[in-house]
Ligand binder design. Structure first.
Ligand code: HEM
Length: 194
């Protein structure tokens, strides 16, 4: 029975990680909208509705990752949670990445998204708000790129949760992940990986 619980937790953890791929698709979505250019219209309402609701879903997946991650450690390390974080730096780094992701998500929901929505609501009566919307959206876009790198690194560290592939591998993976993110940010990765 305990094994069934553990196995279920690992599966939920892995699926939550898959569902955290959103920053990649957010870059694709906002990049495609950017290519259309002005004016701001119903396409923007659709985009903002998707992004706003997805931030809430992301928070659910992030909390799921935290709960299942801690629970897995408790089961696998016989309750030695603190000791695991002290001795396993990959695990500690994953925790920090998750805290950063949650923080950025909260900033997005309660600060950036609100300002974007408020300013879009002033259109078309007040066209002066357009540069402001572009400024907030630009910030949200590069923050999505950073979030994507955090998620990729959490996966890279996740598959090495209990046994490291070595420092060189981690550094190389971090560089490759950064190149992938830059490509997604600038060119929307038309060939999937590139
Ligand atoms: C964005 C956040 C995170 C992502 C994307 C992520 C992703 C992953 C992935 C892909 C795996 C490999 C699954 C497997 O092969 O079993 C994994 C394993 C693991 N993660 Fe996470 N993780 C995240 C956060 C966390 C946090 C915050 C913790 C701890 C508090 C944690 C603890 C673990 C543990 C213990 C394993 C090993 C599971 C096993 O024993 O097989 N993860 N993670």
């Amino acid at each position: 029975m305990p094994n069934t619980v553990l196995h279920t937790l690992i599966v939920i953890h892995a699926i939550s990680a898959v569902l955290m791929a959103w920053p990649f698709y957010a870059l694709v979505l906002t990049g495609e909208r950017g290519k259309l250019g002005p004016p701001l219209n119903r396409a923007d309402n659709l985009q903002e509705n998707i992004i706003r609701k997805q931030s809430h879903r992301c928070l659910v997946y992030q909390i799921s990752l935290l709960i299942t991650g801690i629970w897995i450690i408790m089961l696998k390390a016989d309750g030695a949670l603190l000791h695991t974080f002290q001795t396993n730096l990959r695990m500690l780094a994953k925790l920090l990445l998750l805290i950063l992701l949650v923080g950025m998500n909260i900033y997005m929901v309660f600060y950036l998204q609100r300002r974007i929505d408020e300013n879009i609501a002033l259109l078309p009566a007040d066209p002066d708000v357009v540069p402001l919307i572009a400024k907030y959206r630009g910030r949200r876009r590069w923050m999505a790129a950073i979030c994507l790198w955090y998620v990729l690194m959490a996966v890279v560290l996740g598959v090495q949760a209990w046994a490291s592939f070595g420092q060189t591998f981690i550094i190389l993976a971090a560089v490759v992940a950064a190149l992938f993110v830059i490509r997604a940010y600038l060119r929307l990765s038309p060939w999937g990986w590139f």
